[in-house]
Design a protein around this ligand. Sequence first.
Ligand code: THU
Length: 162
Amino acid sequence: MINKTIKINFKIGTLNDLNSEEKMLVEKAQSSINSAYAPYSGFLVGASVLLDNGELICGSNQENVAFPSGLCAERVAIFSAGSSYPNQNIKTIAVSARSKSFDIDDFISPCGACRQAMSEYEEKQKKDIKIILHSPNDKILIADRVSDLLPFVFVSNDLKRF
Ligand code: THU
């Protein structure tokens, strides 16, 4: 057996390290939290998506009494962007969260299914998507591409028989 290592890149900082466009995107993710429908978890998540044409699309988590029928904020936002602007590239995605029952003091990380969904768009547009994760105390994590958040991603080539 051979030991191998994968290197991923990300940056840690605060809200003040962001440029005005990124700050605005984080604010939109934060305000989207108010539209979350999360009566079962009490965990409210907002996501905002900036497209290359400057359009901004937001989403929040939408839960369901049949738990798997709900959807995370990130997928609500990117699917909405993909269906409203199918030919526009996604430039940046910002995510923020709040809990009804405890203080969140670190950024929350998108679940595996959301990373897979983001990766699909990165592959489709052949251009990196920046991810900004925001915590309520204004800590920030930035990944410059989805592939940094999802090593060993399942890609369309894996479906092809050669
Ligand atoms: N959730 C998101 O919307 N995004 C994430 O990145 C993690 C989790 C939602 C799903 C569910 O409604 C609630 O948070 C608790 O898991």
